[in-house]
Ligand binder design. Structure first.
Ligand code: SAM
Length: 293
């Protein structure tokens, strides 16, 4: 059946991001191509989700959704703006510094692979077979497939990244590589996260990792429950039981040096304030950059 088994967390990120881009203070932060990508994507989703496309255009409904979200989990909406904005910048910077290929873990419905590969950047998206099939159908329908975009079906808890990537002729482990992990590691059990990090480290000798991370222990009981329930209500679960320090230790144990940690507070003071937005950024949300030793 069409759309069966898609990641709802991935779909809701796309829906929220689409709705937020209807705000004239947010829209100029992103390219027109990117904004159109999410407009088309939300329309493409199953009817149980695509109704948001028309509803969110109406200011009344948008305001209602924003106030409900802010009541249940303050900062959830702005954290989406931040992760999309800063990871876009991280990708542009990495390419300017000579990165030749981009691997995207748990790519979901994100735009990065589709839009960068259109400009000749070699990208490899990893997600579950169901999600990859769904993404391919959406991209094909919207004429967004390109020869530099490689959609790789893989359940990282069952098979290895190396097997999947090294099967692709265009993937060159010796090239300078950016690995993006946006909202990915939080959904992976500790054992798999450790294996993936170790494997990437030995597969890619010249790698930069840009990853988001939720340090849920920084939220109070009510908001932490609201976060985990929100994820559980759409049939998924947060599986990585680590604090920020625990995640930094995991990176260090698996052979990485973390060279930048951007906190929700930094993002609030930088992007959110300069865009004239008054909402907070989710407490405990971080974007990290690490390189292999
Ligand atoms: C929260 S979504 C994030 C999607 C996207 N990175 C974004 O930020 O818009 C998590 C993604 O990780 C993928 N994922 C979760 N477990 C996975 C696994 N075991 N193997 C591969 N992908 C997985 C899900 O299918 C989903 O697309």
């Amino acid at each position: 059946m069409k759309h069966k088994g898609i990641s709802n967390t991935a779909a809701y990120i796309a829906i929220k991001f689409y709705g937020l881009n209807l705000d004239p203070r947010i829209r100029p932060l992103f390219s027109e191509d990117l904004v159109h990508y999410y407009e088309n994507l939300v329309q493409y989703l199953p009817s149980s989700l695509s109704w948001y496309h028309k509803t969110l255009v109406k200011p009344f409904w948008r305001k209602l959704f924003i106030s409900t979200e802010e009541l249940l989990l303050p900062g959830d909406l702005m954290h989406i703006i931040c992760r999309k904005y800063y990871l876009q910048k991280a990708t542009e910077n990495a390419l300017a510094e000579g990165v030749k290929q981009v691997v995207i873990l748990g790519s979901g419905f994100d735009h990065t692979g589709a839009l960068f590969s259109k400009n000749g950047v070699r990208t490899f998206e990893i997600d579950t077979p169901v999600m990859i099939q769904e993404k391919k159908a959406f991209l094909t329908q919207n004429n967004l497939m390109s020869q530099d975009l490689h959609l790789c079906p893989l359940d990282v808890n069952k098979n290895t990244l190396s097997e999947t990537l090294t099967e692709i002729r265009e993937f060159d482990p010796n090239k300078k590589t950016l690995v993006l992990a946006e909202g990915f590691f939080d959904y992976i059990p500790l054992k798999s996260a450790r294996n993936i990090l170790k494997e990437l480290n030995s597969l890619l000798p010249d790698m930069t990792l840009s990853s988001t991370f939720f340090s849920l222990n920084e939220l109070n009981f009510f908001y932490r429950t609201s976060f985990t329930w929100g994820v559980a209500m759409v049939g998924e679960a947060i599986k990585l039981p680590l604090s920020l320090n625990g995640f930094l230790d995991l990176l260090s144990d698996t052979g990485y040096r973390t060279d930048a940690v951007q906190s929700y507070h930094d993002m609030q003071e930088d992007l959110i304030k300069s865009a004239g937005l008054e909402l907070p950024v989710l407490k405990g949300f971080y974007i990290l950059r690490a390189v292999n030793l």
